[in-house]
Design a protein. Structure first.
Length: 532
């Protein structure tokens, strides 16, 4: 299924309100909170009841002796007013309830602002069981409304002073102002961007970013002021200026779906051409079908923030100490670090051969692994590694080679005592040697041109960029013994091309799509047998 098919199917489901937007609060969770609230309510009431005139006089000495002299001392009667204490108690428990469910994350930014104000001003309703349950059920019932409100919220907050913002719907270029104030992120404005990203994530079949995830995004974009940056798998492009204005470009295949939702709110305001599927494919947008999960990106961003890896020359990364609590996201984050050439060390530390902070920042912003990084090698997924090794027909005496072996994604499935690995990274060589492989630290192309060694079977996943796959595969072919096999994972565009020349019997697999998470690459597997 293509990216557009995923978007179209998800959009229909969401507009029709057939998809669950967020989970209701568990009954036992509400019971527990109500019990805690009632216990605390009784304590607050009991304290207020104790304060007769004599007790108040005694308490005044505590206030006088322990008060903050810079802020002044409230009177005992003012400090222990029951109405104020109960209002604070109500607000605190409503905040706790919203924090323990996903209701708050599901709200559009406008509603979050209203809740935040009510909690800050202590104007929330009494925290009573019927009120809590009814409120949560009402919010659950409004999930389709929330979906539309998120889209409407960003549309209504487009800058009225910029003529590129059109009133007929989402267009290619949109501008939102006041994203920053004196260099600091305005959370309520960043929340509007986040709402748009949440809706697009639903269209894409992705997990959703947390309600404050776009604060990190805007901060990163502010560091590359004035530059267009593609985010969320190519569905959006954003450019942030120092004065706090954000320019947005929405992928056309996304924009018309957003306009369809707007048309459900304003049937007479959105012209048909704005909610019609584009006839031409966008040439300047490359949208991926499988960007990295937001939960994975958040762990990477938290690691950068928590351990001060803002040093652009840093060659190490350390996860936040809570990262392992999120098992799937932590596993995927480790896979990202491995894809960027990292080697795991003690605890949750990772080491690199190059300054990793700028590259990690790019991953966090774009949601994808960078395609053109020389240090990146795309570790071979287990599924493809197993298929490639099975095609290699390894016998009991077969001498094997994995070029550009990385950390041994393919070699792990080859006979350890008869496998040679070539790898340019010293860190990865250390890993391969620790695994027990015969290892040479070298650039494979240079090594292949100088060595006299030959092998019965070579299995490789070469670098793809700038046609390097062809150079590596051709070099590997020169090292295959007569009757030997070359098995190579190659870009799909290589399928069927006769570049090995005569003397080789070639077989091509079908195309494998979406196997490399965080990239748009599709691959095939070549099995080539050299004539005797």
């Amino acid at each position: 299924m293509s990216s557009l098919d995923i978007i179209e199917q998800a959009a229909v489901e969401l507009v029709d309100d057939s998809a669950q937007f967020f989970a209701p609060c568990a009954s036992d969770l509400v019971d527990s909170l109500i019990a805690q609230y009632q216990s605390m309510h009784k304590r607050v009431t009991d304290i207020a009841a104790l304060l007769d005139a004599e007790t108040s006089a005694a308490v005044s000495y505590f206030l006088e002796g322990n008060h903050d002299r810079n802020r002044g001392t409230p009177s005992v009667s003012a400090l222990f007013k029951l109405d104020g204490a109960i209002a604070a108690l109500n607000s605190g428990y409503w905040a706790k309830t919203m924090g323990l469910t996903d209701v708050y994350d599901a709200m559009p930014q406008k509603r979050r602002d209203e809740w935040n104000k009510a909690i800050c001003d202590m104007t929330t309703p009494n925290f009573e069981e019927d009120t809590v349950r009814n409120t949560l059920n009402d919010l659950l019932a409004q999930r389709a409304t929330f979906f539309a409100e998120r889209i409407d919220g960003i549309f209504r907050n487009l800058s009225s002073t910029h003529v590129t913002n059109v009133p007929e719907g989402f267009s290619k270029r949109m501008i939102v102002d006041y994203m920053l104030s004196y260099g600091s992120i305005r959370h309520e404005r960043a929340g509007l961007i986040n709402d748009l990203r949440c809706v697009i994530a639903k269209f894409m079949g992705r997990d959703e970013p947390k309600h404050n995830a776009s604060d990190t995004l805007i901060s990163e974009l502010y560091r590359c002021t004035g530059q267009w940056v593609s985010i969320d798998g190519g569905t959006l492009r954003i450019r942030v200026y120092k004065k706090g204005t954000a320019h947005l470009e929405v992928h056309p295949d996304i924009a018309w779906r957003l306009n369809q939702v707007l048309a459900s709110l304003y049937p007479l305001a959105i012209p048909s051409e704005f909610r019609t599927k584009p006839k031409k494919k966008a040439k300047d947008f490359l949208m991926m079908g499988r960007p990295l999960p937001f939960a994975t990106l958040e762990l990477l961003a938290t690691g950068l923030r928590s351990y001060g890896a803002r040093n652009r020359a840093a060659t190490a990364f350390t996860f936040d100490y809570k990262a392992t609590e999120y098992k799937v996201a932590y596993r995927d984050a480790c896979a990202v670090l491995a894809a960027l050439g990292g080697t795991p060390g003690n605890g949750m530390k990772w080491a690199f051969d190059y300054p990793v902070e700028p590259v990690l920042s790019e991953v966090i912003i774009t949601g994808c692994l960078p395609d053109q990084k020389a240090h990146q090698f795309y570790p071979t997924p287990e599924k493809l590694a197993r298929i490639a090794v099975e095609l290699a027909d390894i016998g009991p005496d077969t001498q094997c080679l994995e070029p550009s072996a990385g950390q041994g994604g393919i070699a792990d499935y080859l006979p350890k005592d008869r496998t040679t690995c070539i790898e340019i990274s010293p860190l990865h060589c250390a890993v391969l040697k620790a695994k027990g492989f015969r290892t040479f630290e070298a650039d494979f192309l240079a090594w292949a041109g100088a060595t006299t060694e030959r092998f019965d079977c070579i299995v490789l996943n070469p670098p793809f960029s700038e046609n390097r796959w062809k150079l590596h595969a051709e070099a590997a072919a020169t090292l295959v013994n007569p009757g030997g096999r070359l098995v190579a994972i190659l870009p799909a565009s290589a399928r069927g091309k006769d570049w090995l020349g005569s003397g080789w019997a070639c077989e091509w697999s079908s195309i494998y799509e979406r196997e490399f998470q965080g990239t748009s690459v599709s691959v095939v597997i070549l099995k080539a047998v050299r004539a005797v």
